[in-house]
Write a protein that binds this ligand. Structure first.
Ligand code: DAH
Length: 338
C-alpha cells in the first residue's frame, strides 16, 4: 500500500500537470509547498514520529518536495512557451515589413565633416560661438575700425538692440581667447550672414570654418604648411595652392588662398577658397584688455588665423551649379548625396 505522503505527492503532480494558467499554478505551489502547505505539514509532523518511521518519512518527504518543485518549474516553462506561441499565432513572417526611409547628411554637412576630420588630425579642437553677436566680437575686437565698410548697414544684418548676425566666424577667435589661454589650436565651423543679393554663388547665409593657432614662434611657414596640407587632403595630392597678399584688419600680413586642381570643376582655373594671415597684435591687445590680464602677450605669443568659405568648397567638390540648391530642400537634389 502506498504511503499517504506518496499519495499526496501523486495528487500534487496530477494537479500540476493539468494546470492551464500561472495563477492556478502559484495557488498549487502554496497549497503543497507553502508555509502551511500539505507537504510542508509533513515536515512538522516528523517531530512526532518514532525512531523507525522518521527516516522512512524523511526520505519520502525529500522525494515529494523535489518531485513537486521540479513539476512546478516544468509546468511554469510550459505555460510561458504556450503564451509566447499564442502571441505569435497568426503572424505571417512572409509579409513585407515596414520600409524605413533612411535619412542622409546634407552635402554641406558632409563637406564640413570632411574638413573637420582633417583639422582634427592636426590637433585642432572644435570651438563655437553664437550666430547672434555683439559688434565688439564681430568688429572692434578684430581691429576693424568704426568706419570700415563691412560694418555698413547695407552689408550687415543689425538687430534693434544693436546686436548683429555675425558676418564671419572670426568672432569665435575672440570668444575662444576670452576664456582660454595659449597655446591654442581651434577650428570653428558655423554659419555667417551678409546682406548679399541672392544668386547662384551668393546667399544671405553661408558657412565658414574659422581657424586659430596661437603658440610661441608661430610663423607664416606654419600657416602655409597647415593650409596647404589641408587643401591637398581635401582636393588631392596634385592640388596647386597659391597665396596672394591681401588685407584683413585682424591679420598682418594677410593672404587669400586660391587652389587649382584637375579633380575640380574647371580644372585649370584658380578658385579662391580662404582668407588668412598672422594674428594682428592689436587683436591680442584688445583681448587682453577685455580679460584684464596679459594672457595673450604679443611679445610672447604669435598666431595664425584663417577663414574657409565652405559653401563654395562644396560647390566645387561636388560640382554643384547653384548655391541656392543647398537651401531649397529639394529631395531630388539631396538624394544624389545620400
Ligand atoms: N573673416 C574673413 C572673411 O569672412 C576670413 C578670414 C580672413 C578669417 C583672415 C581669418 C583671417 O581668420 O585671418 O572674409
Amino acid at each position: 500500500m502506498p504511503h499517504p505522503l506518496e499519495e499526496l505527492r501523486d495528487s500534487a503532480l496530477r494537479d500540476i500537470a493539468e494546470t492551464q494558467d500561472e495563477q492556478a499554478l502559484e495557488n498549487l505551489r502554496v497549497r503543497y509547498l507553502g508555509r502551511s502547505g500539505s507537504i510542508s505539514a509533513w515536515g512538522e509532523q516528523m517531530k512526532t514520529l518514532g525512531k523507525e518511521e522518521r527516516p522512512v518519512v524523511g526520505k519520502l518527504l525529500h522525494e515529494a518536495r523535489n518531485a513537486v518543485t521540479a513539476a512546478l518549474a516544468q509546468t511554469s516553462e510550459r505555460l510561458r512557451a504556450a503564451k509566447e506561441a499564442g502571441a505569435l499565432a497568426g503572424l505571417d513572417v512572409s509579409l513585407p515589413g515596414t520600409a524605413y526611409e533612411a535619412g542622409a547628411l546634407h552635402p554641406l554637412t558632409q563637406m564640413l565633416d570632411r574638413a573637420i576630420q582633417i583639422f582634427r588630425r592636426m590637433g585642432f579642437a572644435l570651438a563655437e560661438g553664437p550666430d547672434l553677436e555683439t559688434e565688439w566680437h564681430c568688429f572692434d575686437a578684430l581691429n576693424t575700425a568704426p568706419d570700415h565698410p563691412a560694418r555698413n548697414e547695407q552689408d550687415t544684418f543689425y538687430l534693434a538692440d544693436g546686436r548683429l548676425l555675425r558676418t564671419h566666424t572670426s568672432t569665435v577667435q575672440i570668444r575662444t581667447m576670452e576664456t582660454a589661454a595659449p597655446p591654442l589650436r581651434v577650428i570653428a565651423p558655423g554659419a555667417a550672414y551678409r546682406r548679399d543679393e541672392v544668386d547662384a554663388t551668393h546667399s544671405a547665409q553661408f558657412h565658414q570654418i574659422e581657424g586659430l593657432y596661437v603658440d610661441e614662434d608661430v610663423s607664416v611657414a606654419d600657416l602655409k604648411g597647415t593650409l596647404e596640407f589641408f587643401l591637398r587632403e581635401l582636393f588631392g595630392e596634385d592640388t596647386a595652392v597659391r597665396f596672394r597678399p591681401h588685407y584683413f584688419p585682424f591679420t598682418e600680413p594677410s593672404f587669400e588662398i586660391d587652389v587649382k586642381s584637375k579633380a575640380l570643376k574647371g580644372g585649370e582655373q584658380w578658385i579662391e577658397v580662404c582668407g588668412c594671415g598672422m594674428v594682428h597684435p592689436a587683436v591680442f591687445e584688445e583681448v587682453n584688455r577685455a580679460r584684464s590680464d596679459l594672457a595673450f602677450d604679443p611679445e610672447k605669443w604669435t598666431g595664425f588665423a584663417f577663414g574657409l568659405g565652405m559653401d563654395r568648397l562644396a560647390l566645387i567638390l561636388f560640382d554643384i551649379p547653384d548655391l541656392r540648391l543647398f537651401a531649397q530642400n529639394d529631395l531630388r537634389f539631396l538624394r544624389q548625396f545620400a
